[in-house]
Design a binder for this molecule. Structure first.
Ligand code: FMN
Length: 200
């Protein structure tokens, strides 16, 4: 099988998201100018540099209420956000937070999630996430689009990192015990539950 995505896709459901996997989920919290908190999962997400540490996520498409998704609108106006990580036990709350809520609706409330005051940014953190990355906006990049769908990549500098002490063992992060979930294609997810080492 070989196909060119710009021509006719030979699948009923475009398999692109099922090929590049697993994708980590950046659970992005932000706050509007009016002080309304917002939370939504983004799996076009990753870390992209470390001196200084930087992350990116990509907002694709709009909402029923505006040109940009709320996370992007808030970040463009406040220049900051938090990346929270989703564990297996938080999966349903993550899913609820992905609904197209109105800009003045707080997903923390609807997903029954506790907020934690962030240390360096106004956006709240997800209290039950094992890790929160407090970020300042570096830049946004408008990606190529063949349709009316707007794709904007958001790059943030990580200025504060919270790690729950429970997951620090012998001076190292015990990543597997956090049970992060990651996105595959369709409605599929995976849990990080094993690891192996390979020295370079
Ligand atoms: C696991 C998961 C991953 C998602 N990844 C993305 C993504 O990378 N980019 C995107 O634009 N939407 C993504 N979505 C959809 C957004 O979460 C959804 O549009 C949400 O309502 C956006 O909220 P906001 O308007 O508060 O930012 C994802 C949804 C789920 C459940």
């Amino acid at each position: 099988m070989f196909y060119e995505p710009n021509k006719k896709c030979p699948f009923k459901i475009d398999p692109f998201k099922s090929i590049v996997f697993p994708r980590p989920i950046g659970w992005i919290s932000s706050i509007s100018k009016n002080g309304i908190a917002n939370l939504a999962p983004y799996s076009y997400f990753n870390s992209v540099a470390d001196e200084p540490p930087q992350v990116m996520f990509c907002s694709n498409g709009s909402t029923a209420y505006g040109k940009y998704k709320d996370s992007l609108s808030n970040i463009l106006s406040t220049k900051e956000f938090v990346v929270n990580f989703v564990t297996s036990t938080l999966r349903n709350q993550m899913n609820i937070s992905s609904k197209d809520f109105k800009p003045d609706e707080d997903e923390f409330f609807f997903s029954n999630l506790k907020k934690k005051k962030s240390k360096l940014v106004k956006a709240p953190s997800v209290k039950d996430s094992p890790v929160n990355l407090e970020c300042k906006l570096v830049e946004t990049i408008k990606l190529k689009s063949n349709s009316k769908k707007i794709s904007i990549m958001v790059i943030g500098e990580v200025i504060g990192i919270y790690i729950n002490n429970k997951f620090i063992k012998n001076g190292r992060v015990d990543s597997v015990s956090m049970r992060y979930i990651a996105r595959m294609g369709y409605s599929e997810y995976t849990t990080v539950s094993s690891k192996f080492s390979l020295r370079r």
